[in-house]
Design a protein. Structure first.
Length: 335
């Protein structure tokens, strides 16, 4: 077992609406990521993926609020620390974040080098312009970005180039954990390939120690990450290796996700794509039992009567379901 870069223990966060209603978007999430490893997080829109990404940084601002749990980065617990402390000492060098639609986050009136100066000077106020420019030029060259990009404005760059530039800026301080929230969405296939290659290069060259890659596309994670974790209604319902999750999923929700998309590695399917019926539960009032029960064709009365614990099979697979692995396999085989 390698060195643990990120460990999360029973993390709970919520949104508070203008009507003072609590929305429990992340409810009891635990995970570990070792050095040199990447974890993919998948699930439908509204399941809590992006909220989890924001929560993992330990930097909370309304309407998102911390409830409880631990976020440990390279042995240091960052949960409960003051926002200014987190911003100066954690964000950027301990944990870096690439948000959704990151290519639209660049101020069109500033040159790219100015963004890099701002990031570095938060952590090192004494850094000179020459030192910052030399570091940026060297890092951009290693990542296949031309030096002239540093003197350009965001409006002068293509969508793919802007996305790659944002990734380079976010990782300029070589963070221990990189959280990428759908970094390849809204890009054409060629640009997606370049972005994914760039992120792999960051890992291979040691500029980042570990990575969380968030998307709703399970097949994409199969080609990018070591492990995949599936979220549903604010909770983790299954985690395993990328191969296990794509080709041998256990939880009915994961199985439903895989049945609703085309997996190129499986070839042409004889059966039609299937849809998951119903809608996710209201997280203002999450159900007591299995949160997927109302949409699961295998659910029993027991599923809605008790809290469903996370189980672990002999190989280390984690899943949140009352059925045993043997029962799950029997059910799937008989369909």
């Amino acid at each position: 077992m390698g060195k643990v870069m990120l460990e999360v223990k029973d993390l709970k966060t919520k949104y508070v609406t203008r009507l003072k209603e609590d929305v429990f978007a992340v409810d009891g999430v635990s995970l570990k990521i070792e050095e040199g490893k990447s974890l993919g997080i998948a699930g439908e829109s509204g399941c809590g993926k992006s909220t989890l990404a924001l929560s993992l940084m330990g930097y909370y601002f309304p309407p998102l609020h911390y409830i409880s749990g631990d976020i440990i980065v390279d042995g240091n617990n960052i949960s409960g620390r003051k926002p200014d402390d987190v911003r100066r000492n954690v964000l950027g060098n301990e944990i870096a974040y690439i948000p959704q639609a990151a290519m639209n986050a660049l101020n069109p009136t500033q040159k790219i080098i100015r963004f890099i100066e701002d990031v570095i000077r938060v952590h090192d106020p004494k850094a000179t312009k020459k030192d910052i420019y030399d570091l940026a030029k060297e890092r951009f060259a290693i990542l296949g970005l031309p030096e002239e990009v540093l003197q350009k404005h965001a409006v002068e760059l293509s969508g793919g180039m802007k996305q790659r530039t944002v990734i380079a800026i976010s990782t300029i301080l070589s963070p221990k954990v990189l959280i990428a929230d759908e970094p390849s969405s809204a890009l054409d296939v060629t640009s997606q390939k370049m972005v994914i290659k760039m992120m792999r290069d960051l890992m291979d060259k040691g500029f980042i120690k570990s990575m969380i890659f968030i998307t709703h596309e399970l097949p994409l994670l199969y080609n990018v990450t070591d492990d995949i974790m599936v979220m549903y209604a604010g909770q983790i319902v299954e985690r395993g290796t990328a191969k296990e999750m794509v080709f041998d999923s256990l939880h009915p929700y994961t199985k439903g996700l895989m049945g609703s998309i085309i997996v190129p590695e499986e070839g042409v399917r004889e059966n039609k794509l299937t849809a998951i019926p119903g809608t996710p539960p209201n997280l203002k009032h999450p159900p007591k039992g299995c949160r997927f029960a109302d949409r699961c064709k295998y659910a029993t009365p027991t599923c809605t009567a008790m809290e469903i614990p996370v189980k672990e099979d002999s190989a280390g697979r984690e899943y949140r379901c009352l059925m045993s692995v043997r029962k799950i396999r029997e059910v799937y085989e008989n369909e």
